[in-house]
Structures are given as structure tokens and as C-alpha cells.
Design a protein around this ligand. Sequence first.
Ligand code: NAP
Length: 265
Amino acid sequence: MEYRRLGKTSEKISTIGMGTWRIGSYHSQEEKAEQIRAIRRGIDLGINLIDTAEMYGDGRSERLIAEAISGSRDSVFIATKVWPDHLRHDDVIAACDQSLQRLGVRSVDLYQVHWPNPSVPMRETMSAMEELVRAGKTRYVGVSNFSTLQVEEAREALSRSELVSNQVEYSVANRSAEKDVLPYCKKEGLTLIAYSPLARGAIPESLIPAPLRQRYGMTPVQIMLNWVTRDDAVVAIPKAARLSHVEENAASVSVRFSRSDYDLV
Ligand code: NAP
């Protein structure tokens, strides 16, 4: 597995992480066991970044992660998120406490604002985030779905902590982050956490150049993940509930393409 610095910190997170939207919701005990096996296999393969949110399955994603990581808390970097309805000071603190309880941990590694909420002053939310850092409940602060302007506002509102990441949609099928968000992250030393990097499973094979498949012996999915993380500022969090998918995804960054091959996409 390849690892990257989180923002300007010395923390190493895996270039390929694991997203967990819809994980924790299952129709049978077998399906649940497969989800747990998939996460554990990812950890065995060196994936340390696990992304979740209080909103995913109304807490079920966090609860399943608690089961999957029991005994290996120290090998994982847990990123969770607070929902935009909970951005008032006391609500942020309460939401974090509830996430910690569901995850069965004393602290998370990254606490992210899931979506901006213009009706709550940024300063109020960020002061609560800093309080969580001081209390040892999160190690780092991040945001998600923020414009560069909103990221600037969040950074200005923080007095003691650095904002380390912005999680946004980014894939071969949706390159809008390349306009502002990615250049800003590169310039300012923030990590762009790419969500829906597999276009939510609707793999757009027509967008994957055939020469890349042949030259690197990779599947379309692996090319998508390798390409989206071609820049050091980016890590990706594909969601995979199946063991074989996790294995395929983890192997996607074993080699790097040449610059001109990346430009073919
Ligand atoms: P995604 O990762 O682009 O796609 C997930 C789909 O791809 C699933 O159906 C999965 O199937 C399939 N898949 C995974 N690996 C595969 C492989 N090797 N071959 C074929 N299919 C494969 O979509 P996403 O869940 O929207 O995004 C990933 C994560 O980003 C989420 O889980 C969540 O953590 C995060 N996210 C964040 C936000 C936000 O607002 N911050 C929004 C959306 C998502 P199986 O599950 O059957 O393996």
C-alpha cells in the first residue's frame, strides 16, 4: 500500500481508504459477516483510512466499523463526520460523543463537517471542533463538500488547529474538483479526500483508455483509482462491501503511470 501525508501533518494515511456509506445495513447475517471480512481484509492489506459519518445508516455504519476494528484500533485511522443539522456548538460536541460511543473508541482521528450550513456561524462550529481537539476526542479537523471560499472561512475561524482536509466528489466521471478545490488543496497543503471515486459503482468503461489497461495490466476500476490519486494531495475512499472488491482496490496503486499516460484520461 502507498501512504500519503495528511495535510501538512506527519500522519500517514493510505492512498486507498475504505468508504462505508451503506455499510452496516444488511439483509442477512451472512451479508453482515462479508462486510466485516471486507474491512478486516482491507486492514490486512495495509489500508488504514476508514471513512464514515454519523448519518450513514443512522449510525449503523459506525457500529459495524466498531465490530470490524475490534482488536485493531491502533492500525486504523478513523474519519467520521458531523451532519449539517448539528453544527451549533453544543450539537457538535454531542454528535461527536455519540459517534465515539457507536465506534467504541475514545477518540477519532479526523472529525469532518459533512456539509456546510450557512445558517450557523462558521466560528461557532470551528470553536466546537477545536474544543474536541483539546479534549482529545479528535486528533484532526476536516471538512467535506466545502467550496474553496468556505474552506478559507473555516481556516480563518480556527485559532489553534490547522484544517487538514476537504472531502469532495472526484472521479473520471466527475472532474469538477479540478477547477478550484484540487489546485487550492495542492497550493495550501490540504488533503483532498476523493469520495465516490468509482462513480458509485456505475463504472464508466468508455472513459478508461484501452492502452492503459494493456500497459499496466489493470482493471478499469484500478485505473480509475490510480488515476484519481495521481497527485500527492489526493487519497480516495472507494466503498466496497465485498472482499474481492477490497482486494482489487487495494492493489490499484502498486505501480504509478507515466505523466503522459495519466494525461490520456
Ligand atoms: P463509490 O466508492 O464510487 O462506489 C461504490 C460502489 O462501487 C459499490 O457499489 C461497490 O460495490 C462498487 N465497487 C467497489 N469496488 C469495486 C470493484 N473493485 N469492482 C466493481 N465494483 C466495485 O461510491 P460511494 O459509496 O458513493 O463513495 C465512496 C465513499 O465516499 C462512501 O462510502 C462514503 O464513505 C464517502 N462519501 C462521502 C460523501 C460526502 O458527502 N462526504 C458523499 C458520498 C460518499 P460493493 O459495495 O458491492 O463492493
